[in-house]
Design a protein around this ligand. Structure first.
Ligand code: PGA
Length: 256
């Protein structure tokens, strides 16, 4: 495995946790996961980013779950990369399937967000993934290829180190159904080949690629066993300190 790849456990809290609850959870995560040899990222709701980042002593990367691409302006209800950074975020999730499907965000918009995040010195977690009907009709690779090509259009090779890709098959998110580790590894390999084609040799093998979709303490081991999988983006199971910790512990035991 390339030395540039990191082992990452990321918690996407989605629209959960008040400020008070966020601080409590983040402090518990800090206490329990700080000794593990992995990178831990937390994505609280916008309202809690500042308070969470101020309340932590050990380095956990904090990020926003979304952002708009402009720095400021008349964009009611949106958050800019500058605001995220000032609040303490170093990362931002772009293209989560809930943004794509519920809020109708298209690849062209997501590409602008990726550029803007990088210009504003935020690291990007770019989510890609296919719907169930797309997988059933054998179109997984076609969908992933379109998303990666369009979302990363115009990105420079040297900026790839600021990007993490999360492969999240939509049918596995919040459903309790996890993709089979071999199925995930196959898509991760495909993404690496695609990145080599787009950016030149080595781009793929250096990319940190996470899996996301119903990761739980009882399924992380078989996913982590796959060399292709560099960690996880966890939704539901990141809302409780104990389950998030157990996932982190197993991930670091397998990868250490
Ligand atoms: P889940 O969410 O772990 O609850 O399936 C994953 C995600 O949406 O990032």
């Amino acid at each position: 495995m390339s030395t540039q790849r990191k082992i990452i456990l990321a918690g996407n809290w989605k629209m959960h946790k008040t400020v008070k609850e966020s601080i409590e959870l983040a402090q518990c995560v800090e206490e329990k996961l700080s000794k593990l040899p992995i990178t831990v990222l937390l994505f609280p709701p916008f309202t809690a980013i500042y308070a969470v980042s101020k309340s932590l002593k050990w380095h956990i990367g904090i990020g926003g779950q979304n952002m708009y691409y402009e720095k400021e302006g008349a964009f009611t209800g949106e958050i800019s990369p500058v605001m995220l950074k000032e609040a303490g975020a170093e990362y931002v999730i772009i293209g989560h399937s809930e943004r794509r499907n519920i809020f109708n965000e298209k690849d062209q918009l997501l590409n602008k967000k990726v550029h803007s995040a990088i210009e504003n010195a935020l690291n990007v977690v770019l989510c890609v993934g296919e719907k169930l009907e797309e997988r059933k009709s054998n179109r997984t690779k076609e969908v992933i290829e379109r998303e990666i090509k369009e979302d990363l259009q115009g990105i420079k090779k040297q900026d790839l180190e600021k990007i993490i890709i999360a492969y999240e098959p939509i049918w596995a998110i919040g459903t309790g159904i996890t993709a089979k580790p071999e199925e995930v590894a196959e898509v991760h390999r495909f993404i690496r080949t695609l990145l080599d084609d787009m950016f030149g040799k080595g781009a793929g093998s250096n990319m940190t690629i996470l899996y996301g979709g119903s990761i739980k303490p009882n399924n992380i081991k078989s996913l982590a066993d796959m060399n292709e999988i560099d960690g996880g983006l966890v939704g539901g199971a990141s809302l409780q300190c104990e389950s998030f910790y157990t996932i982190g512990k197993i991930l670091s035991e397998v990868k250490a």
